[in-house]
Design a protein around this ligand. Sequence first.
Ligand code: PAF
Length: 289
Amino acid sequence: MTLLSCNDPAAAERWCALVRARGETLGFVPTMGALHEGHLTLVRRALRENRHACVSVFVNPLQFDDARDFERYPRDLAADARLLAAAGASMLFTGELRQFFPAAQGGAVPCRDPGPDAQGLEGEFRPGHFAGVATIVARLFELVRPTRAYFGAKDYQQCRVVLHLARELGFPQVVVCPTSRDPDGLARSSRNQLLSPAERQRALALSRGLFAAHDAWRAGERDAARLEAVLAAELAREAVQVEYAEVRDPERFALRPSGALPRARALIAARVGRVRLIDNLDLAAEDPA
Ligand code: PAF
């Protein structure tokens, strides 16, 4: 399939409507570009489960609490288009903020409530971030009206926010796909390309911390504080600036747990030099990879 590429969300909306009118299924992968193997895994899954894969590339200013972080975010639309064409995606679209929220609708950005799971963790360290994510994802869903939408579990809290949004909207089916990792364990992220080789080595502390907590869980450790101590100990071995390293019960995600846990997801955010990275792991999973 030839990749159709457009820089007008309204044109993308029309193409998606045509596809749906033909009764064809549409898998949607929303991205901020600088695509890597993790994104392509989502695209390939979308293509296995739908007739078409549609990908948006938009570095959404609404979800950045730090203007420098927004400026520095990697962008390479030509490379993204080449990767998507090779992967067999049907449509790539991009646009400007004003095109997503055009003057015809008053030009105002209707801010979305990201729901209860936006509290704490990323919500604490990046105020307004999830409102920005929920606002653009709701708009993208309205434009594309996909059969299914695909997100990576690396952004675990974001996945919870999106699942809440999809429940509120009544569509689409949201598919959360496993975190894609480099062979040495580092979670794939567009931000990794901003790391120097030495910083990339230090960044491995995040996945090492998570895998160490997974080992502790398998050895029978269930206490939230002691699992968090395992994360902290591993992170302390490297020069990384930890923002949070916490364990949560996914069934009671908004609460900071104490005592023994029946299930656990460990979540970390840390700065390595100027680059902010996040990662997480289901500690009870059989295969943590
Ligand atoms: O995960 C991302 O890349 C972004 O947060 C998303 C979902 C594309 C919304 O801007």
